[in-house]
Design a protein around this ligand. Sequence first.
Ligand code: GLN
Length: 523
Amino acid sequence: MKYIVVTGGVLSGLGKGVTTASIGRILKDHGYSVIPIKIDGYVNVDPGTMNPYEHGEVFVLDDGSETDLDLGHYERFLNVNLTRESNITTGQIYKAVIEKERRGEYLGKTVQIIPHVTDEIKCRLKVFDGKADVVLIEVGGTIGDMENMIFIEALRQMSREPNNEFMFIHLSYVPTIISGEQKTKPTQHSVRELQSLGIQPDVIIGRCKTKLKKRTREKIALFCGVKPENVLSNPDVDDIYLLPSLFKKQNLANIIIKKLKLRHKMTYSFKWDTLVEKLHTYDKEVIIGIVGKYTGLEDAYISIKEAFKHAGAINSCRVNLKWIEAERIDEMCLGDCHGILVPGGFGPRGAEGKINAIKYARENNIPFLGICFGFQLAVVEFARNVCNLENANSTEVDPDTPHPVIDLIPEQRNISDKGGTMRLGSYPCRLRRDSLAYKLYKKDIIYERHRHRWEVNPKYVRVLEENGLIFSGIYEERNLMEILELPEHPYFIASQFHPEFKSRLESPAPLFVGLVESASRRA
Ligand code: GLN
């Protein structure tokens, strides 16, 4: 089996996820099949229980797993649907080992980090053996962190196994000091650290403000024991989608093909370039206001950000996002927006601000898209201000509301564990033929991804519909309301699911495409 391992040096936040995704995309466009795996060193079983400020967005896969946001980059760059096996955490590994120990599977033995924990890791890393040309493994965190040591050790062991072909790519930081000089010392140190763990990188990618100078590359090559042509640049770019072409120009594909002794494929096509070109040619611009509560960290809404790029490209429109903090909202901040999006969220903080934004969009005919919590609050707003149900609310925000228009579904009531227990993953949704939703998707049944506990309370569906709200998408098996719209409004639509998770450059999410289109008409 052939593996590529991507490690990070000096500091985090260098864009290792996008770099890994770009490497995958280059291989894909050369005709190779690639399955990516992200390793996260934390003890949580998954990021589902973390605050977005801790971790950024929680990305949800079809199978309902809650994963690291890098899996979103992989899916978008590679245009594939991944499964839970693609995200490994320390928590999962230890959980598996301890459960095996309790079952007696190590009977008679002292259970140790090496070999038992490392064996468990290797076992997890090998689930895709034979299923792709290359398994692409990204090790989260920075070399030298205690958290990822054990994973590095497992990878080192695997790289010595006779039937495996390994390639190590190290992404490191190259700071530029005031004189303009690019400094290689931090990279030298981090590579030495990697070597002390028994790993010699084959390629070093220098993350730097600008392209690495020839001298810088030669110095890194000399001190770190790699060929000068295997030291690549990863400069600041305006758009992450430019990275695959940048690496391609530096011959990365051939370096990989040679190192891993990959068989040459005939299906070479660099489709990515053409797709990305569309991203940067536009004749219109719009401003979309995003009213959320984690707006201080754009990573918390990264899939939404990307979905707008995709929807912009297909509309030949540049989408400028305006991040609006829900707790500090007034009409002034919404005045220049051609469209408004209220994203997913949890808990009471900021809920009233979001409701006000929805009211403003509804009353002023501003194109609006609500997602998950945004969908639920659109129901609350409509119940209060159109159906005159005073103090209507979601029981998540106000457990004592007289009109619980959004409530827990019965099967959620007795759940006390917080991890992995929401309504998660892909569910079918039937669309009403005469609806805006159908016009956008052009399908009777769609599949979209969910992550929530609360739902529209069935007791209120009638009064909402009698007042003009339409539920145009339904999960038939349980009669759950999944999409709402207002036929009188130029574009007012919201979904209980998260359309952003499946948006790709190749297939933009219809609800975003529609929003950008009506916003650009308004602009
Ligand atoms: N907090 C809401 C729920 O759990 C919405 C969740 C979300 O927006 N992802 O139902």
